[in-house]
Design a protein around this ligand. Sequence first.
Ligand code: CA
Ligand code: CA
Length: 144
Amino acid sequence: MRHLRQEVTMDSFGPLYLLFLLGIVLAGHCTQARNLKITRERRSAPYQVQVSTGVQEGAGTDANVYLTVYGTKGETMEKKLINTFENNFEKGKVDNFQLNLMDVGEIKKIKIRHDNFGFMPEWNLDGVFIIGLATAHAAQQPCF
Ligand SMILES: [Ca+2]
Ligand SMILES: [Ca+2]
């Protein structure tokens, strides 16, 4: 008798149960889609970079300067630092760059290099300050 009642119950709620399972599957799918979207958004984040050039004679450069940022979530592609219509990295100058880079999380280190291009390309880099505007993670790298 008890067994029979159980069967009836299963029969009555069977379709509902299936609907419930479908709901779970769909909810899971939506969660995955949402996570994917968040991951995609995390790939890019705004950074502000401030580069100071020394005041010594010949400190400036017209070489191309590249920046790589390393953090807890990975590292960025190498990014050329350039402000169109400006002569960057001149003696005593502070250059500001607004960059969209991969979100590296907490900034651990940066690499800055130039390609020796131009006349007297030697560069006296005084310091670099970088802040991730989305996360407020900042790093400072003085150069000696
Ligand atoms: Ca120079
Ligand atoms: Ca220059």
